[in-house]
Every structure is written in C-alpha cells, then in structure tokens.
Design a protein around this ligand. Structure first.
Ligand code: HEM
Length: 455
C-alpha cells in the first residue's frame, strides 16, 4: 500500500489511468441502478464520459447561476418570516438547509425540475407513489452504507429502517424512470428545437438517443444510474462545502466582513434580478466569494482520499531529505497488485505547499501576488487528470453564488452558547464531521440576522 501526498507523484497517478485504474468494488454504493460514469473503468468509462460530457456546457453554467440565485432568494423569504430571537436572528440547522438548497438547484439546473423552497418543506408523494422525490433520494443517500451491507434476506425482517431503505430505493427508481420518460417525450415533442438551452438532463437523454453502429451510447439502466449519480454527486458534496463555509464565516467575522464588502461593491443597489445578466456581469467580480469556497474545500475536501489499483509494475517519483536537510529525488518501485492512496487531505494540510499557517481559514491564500503563486497542484478537492470531477464548474458557481447572496443580506452569527467559547469548543461543535458518501458536516446550527443596510 502506498500513501501519496507529493504533488509530482499525485499528478503521475491521476494522469495515468491505465496503470492506476479505479477499484470497482469501492463504488458498489453508487451502483445499485447499474454502472455509471463514476464507477466505470476502461473503455466503458470512456463511453459513459463521452455520452455525459455534453451535459456540462456553458449554457448549463448560466442556468446553474440563475437557479442558484432563485433558490437562495426563496430561502431568504423563509428566513425573513422565521421566528426571531432578541437580536432579530433566526436559528437554522445549516446542513439541512444547504442540502435542501443544493438538491433544489441540481434538480432545476440539472433536471428541469423547478420546485420552490417553501413548497419543498413537507413534500407529499404524487398520486401512485408512497414517497415523494426528495425524501426518497435523501433516505437512499443517508442509508447507502446499510444498503451495501445488509444481505437481501434481511429485508424480509420486520426492521423499520430496512423497510424504509428498500422503499426509498424502489420509489426513487420509479421517480427517475418517470423523469426519463417525461424528458424523452418532451425532446421528441420539440423536434430538436430548444435543445441549445437544454439542461444537463436533456443533454444526457439526447446522448442516449444517438445511435452508434446500431447501439445506443448508454442503455436504459446506465442512463438511470448516471441520472442518480448526477443527483447524488451534484448535491451532497456542495451542500457540505456550503455548510462548512457558513460555520467558518460565523467563526471568522473578519473574513465575513470582507465577503460582505465584496458583495456590497458588486451589488450596491441590492441583489440582482436577472440571472442571465448577473451571470455575464457578476461572476468574475466575486473573487473573494470564490476564494472562500476554495479555502473551505481545501480545509474540508468532500473526498479525503481516493484509492487506485496498480495494474502493472511501475515507479513513482519521490523525495526525501538527507541529514544535511537537502532534498533528494529518487524513485519508489511500486509492484503490480498494490494500492496507491491519493491522500487529498494530507496534501491540503501540508505546510510545505500551503505555508506555516496551513491550519488557518485564510481565503487570501488563493490570490496570486507578484511574489506568490498559490499552489494549484496541491489543491485537489475535485481531483485532477482524466477522472477529475465533471461538475467542478457547476459546484464552484453554485458555491460562489450562494455565499455572495448570503453575505449581501445577512450576518451569520454563532449560537449564543458559543459566543464566548474557546476556539477548541467552537471547532468541536461546528466543524465536526462524519465520513458517509462524502465528508459530511455533523451539526452546524447558526443564526442569520438581516444586515441593517441590506437592500
Ligand atoms: C463541492 C462539490 C464537489 C466536489 C468536492 C466533488 C469532488 C469530486 C471528486 C473528488 C471526484 C473524483 C471521484 C473519484 O475518482 O472517485 C468527482 C468525480 C465526479 N463528480 Fe464531483 N464533486 C463536486 C460536485 C459535483 C457536481 C455538482 C457534479 C454534477 C452535477 C459532480 C459530478 C461528478 C462526476 C460525474 C464525477 C465522475 C467523473 C469521472 O469519473 O469521469 N460533482 N467529484
């Protein structure tokens, strides 16, 4: 087993997918509906990636921005009508809110499914269903480990959580199948018109319709599985990043003030209304919001490490430091059959790459100066190389948009019991995590108070 956190060796592994393929059994949890772009390997992966990449074009980015704007504003309406404390602040369980926001955004920008934040509060199942879409998806995601571990016979036992998990997976499958057939019908109906502005899902379905030597690029089960994967990858990771970002901002008011100052400069007359216009004009100005999102994903990467198989004997470049402290370069022999762990978190927390203040929340480290270039190769939350994240731009735009909107309108405050607490207590309460599908924020309860000058 080889643990890697040297950027040269990391790049070597990430770029050579033939020598270092994925380990398919690690992806069982996302293969219940069949193989997909995340789990596939070799030629099969190439087919999945080619059939799905058209979904992530520039027109989708504009949609992501516009839908993020719409959804976050709907949350603000709910916040403004919420119960206020003596300071006029509304308490929120932030991870729950961000999960709901991120799911509504991917549903709208990814799947053309527009549901309002309020209407989504207590969704009831549509006629003929036992579970609504969101509870089915969230239960499936939450109970993924159980689904992998529980043997089939266990589902016949009268155990509530198993029954619920089984129901969630079968209801989610029905919802996804219905989404696919509805979208297919729409695409046939519009005879190709309007596909230019199509959401991610329409592009995915179109790709499936293209015949190649008599074979569809993705078969129906692959299509369903990729749909599920996009929904899963498209909300869980971003929701966690946004939850950690809010906690870090509440703990670092000086950073929050800078984020607010940027939002006030970009939007002096209040929040923008037109999503397309705002995408064109604002995205590149919200640099500090981008840096806050990046710094959060450096400190809390969704995937802390990834494993790769070693398919043939090879060598990795390595470094060691001699007795005189001098850096020496050498090569490590890596035999076929071993495992290489790409340690994302260790790389993100290495003072060698990020400096002695590596543990601090400091978005400024993502700004180049005349004498400093931030270490691109040591920033890996989305991985690098051919198997890097397809949704990176999607996630970054969503993150930047949501954070800038919050900063423009609200102060994020600590809960009263943490106001005078030590750093250690705040860290323990607000930044603790579990490893589920991704690194998951545990309990982020914060307060939001409307800024006095919010327009
Ligand atoms: C903060 C948000 C996100 C983070 C940190 C993140 C991180 C990652 C990482 C580390 C991988 C590599 C996983 C592996 O090799 O096992 C990955 C792959 C992937 N991600 Fe993301 N992701 C995010 C958001 C998204 C979004 C929004 C989407 C889609 C809308 C998405 C779609 C994908 C897909 C399809 C792959 C598989 C690519 C391939 O294997 O060819 N991700 N992501």
């Amino acid at each position: 087993m080889f643990w890697v956190c040297d950027t040269v060796a990391l790049k070597q592994i990430a770029n050579d997918r033939h020598t270092f393929p994925k380990r398919p059994e690690t992806y069982q949890a996302i293969m219940f509906y069949g193989p997909n772009v995340v789990s596939a390997e070799g030629q099969d992966w190439r087919r999945h990636r080619d059939a799905t990449k058209a979904a992530f074009g520039e027109s989708n980015n504009q949609l992501v921005w516009a839908e993020s704007m719409r959804t976050v504003k709907e949350w603000f309406e709910a916040l403004d009508s919420g119960k206020k404390d003596m300071q006029g602040a509304v308490t929120q369980e932030v991870h729950g809110v961000m999960t709901r926001l991120a799911l509504l955004i991917i549903s709208a920008a990814g799947f053309g499914r527009h549901v309002s934040f309020m209407a989504d509060e207590h969704p009831s199942p549509p006629p003929g269903y036992k579970m609504a879409f969101r509870p089915a998806l969230l239960t499936a995601v939450h109970n993924m480990a159980l689904k992998v571990l529980a043997p089939r016979w266990a589902y016949s036992l009268p155990i509530e959580v198993l029954k619920n998990t089984d129901l969630a997976y079968s209801e989610l499958k029905r919802h996804l199948e219905e989404m696919i057939s509805r979208t297919r019908a729409q695409l046939m109906g519009d005879s190709g018109q309007g596909r230019g502005q199509a959401d991610l899902f329409k592009r995915l379905i179109s790709a499936n319709e293209v015949e190649e030597e008599g074979k569809a690029k993705l078969n129906d089960s692959e299509l369903l599985s990729n749909t599920y994967t996009f929904l899963l990858a498209g909300h869980e990771t971003t929701a966690n990043a946004l939850s950690f970002a809010c906690a870090l901002l509440a703990m670092h008011p000086e950073v929050q003030r800078k984020l607010q100052a940027e939002a006030d400069t970009v939007w002096p007359d209040g929040l923008p209304v037109d999503g397309a216009e705002s995408y064109r004009e604002d995205v590149n100005s919200l640099k500090y919001a981008e840096a806050v999102f990046r710094e959060t994903t450096r400190l809390f990467p969704a995937e802390t490490r990834l494993s790769k198989m070693v398919s043939q004997d090879t060598r990795l470049k390595a470094r060691k430091w001699g007795k005189n402290g001098k850096e020496e370069h050498y090569e490590v022999v890596v035999p076929q059959g071993s495992t290489a762990w790409l340690d994302i978190w260790a790389t993100h927390m290495s003072p060698e790459y990020w400096g002695p203040d590596v543990n601090e929340f400091k978005p400024e480290r993502f700004f180049d100066t005349d004498t400093y270039k931030w270490p691109r190769d040591a920033y890996l939350p989305f991985m690098i190389g051919p198997r890097s994240c397809m949704g990176q731009r999607f996630a970054e735009l969503e993150g930047r948009c949501v954070l800038a909107h919050i900063a423009s309108q609200y102060d994020i405050l600590l809960p009263p019991e943490l106001e005078n607490a030590s750093e250690e207590e705040k860290n323990k309460k607000l930044l603790s995590w579990d490893i589920r599908v991704a690194l998951t924020a545990k309990d982020v309860t914060l307060r939001f108070v409307k800024r006095a000058n919010a327009v």
